[in-house]
Write a protein that binds this ligand. Sequence first.
Ligand code: PMP
Length: 461
Amino acid sequence: MQPITNHMPTAELRALDAAHHMHPFTDAAALEKKGARVITRADGVRLWDSEGTEILDGMAGLWCVNIGYGRTELADAAARQMRELPYYNTFFQTTHVPAIALAARIAELAPGDLNHVFFAGSGSEANDTNLRMVRHYWAVKGKPEKTVFISRKNAYHGSSMGSASLGGMQAMHSQGGLPLPGIVHIDQPYWYGEGGDMTPAEFGLARARQLEEKILELGEDRVAAFIAEPIQGAGGVIIPPETYWPEIQRICDKYEILLVADEVICGFGRTGHWFGSQHFGIRPHIMTIAKGLSSGYQPIGGSVVCDEVAETLSHGEFYHGYTYSGHPVAAAVALENLRILEEEDILGHVNRVAAPHLAEAWASLADHPLVGEAVSVGLLGAVALTPDKATRAKFAAEPGTAGFVTRERCFANNLVMRHVGDRMVISPPLIITPGDIDLLVARARTALDEAHAILRTDGLL
Ligand code: PMP
């Protein structure tokens, strides 16, 4: 077989892709008809495809390339580490410098007494760790009946059996016999979509109090933990009302349950803080991290664990671990990524420049006839598509139809923006400039205009 390279014609690459590559979260039949977009290189906030088209990446890959593409320092860190120690494990009383240094650095950055890190290869693996670790923690404390995790509908915590069960995605649960037992879901704090006539403040409280109701229904002595993303990312960038998190915190403090904050998207500067928990004043016992930890340059995740939980677990063996827990190359790259985030004051750029600029530019989309709300926190943003702004109505067509049409128009206008049902979401690299934010919003507006015309023609408006 001839070598497969960037220089091959796109059609041939697509044919080989269709023949051999099974894509995650993709309708294979639909893809085969159309052919995958082949991405060949990237720099800063831009991607290029095999046709030479330049594309603005409004999603930082999958919410992860926080420092932007093309940072050769990370490639150098990986090469250095591969030459010195490409692999060793951290099982059985061994360790290595990259894992030590990265754990210590994360402990420094993490709030409160979150001073301990259990490494994983991804966010899914880290959440599986959390599930087992928390149940084991309660068993060690002499409360083995505390096993139930409370999570939320429309949460995303990963794709493995445990993490997909923790997630609240109905479509995922419909395949593979999920959720696993001992995981229950309460409603999400999505005021725009589900708040009805309540004010956002009332609704935030009502949704938080479902946690208390669920704890009382199950019995406090059976509940192990509550897990949630500070802002639901894959669920559609659902920014909870201000009343929500303080009430959740009050309830977690009142009943003896652990609070797990899934920071896989919100962590490492996305909200303008190191962690989304700091944005909302949440005090978690455990944080899930991945994505921005290495800016996606290497697969790495982990659970950041508070002193008391780590101390409780320190008296015996936790029969859990991944071959790549604390992988030295991934850890070295993550350390270099954290160095860049700090030394280049990228959070300062988010807070002083990019987030305020995005907030204003993004909010301007609210005047578009298709847009019901346009919201952002830090460099996370969403618009809700609606056929009727005044009533926050949903489309008569199957949910996601308008979102899909709009996403296709974004692609056609060389902008990567994702749709979640009929919400359009963005999460650009944190280094994005005001000029590129303006370009992003201008392309989004063009895509919305075109989608509006198509939906009208198709009788969906
Ligand atoms: N938690 C959250 C909040 C996520 O957004 C994701 C990925 N989108 C995950 C967990 C799973 O991470 P991974 O895909 O690295 O397994």
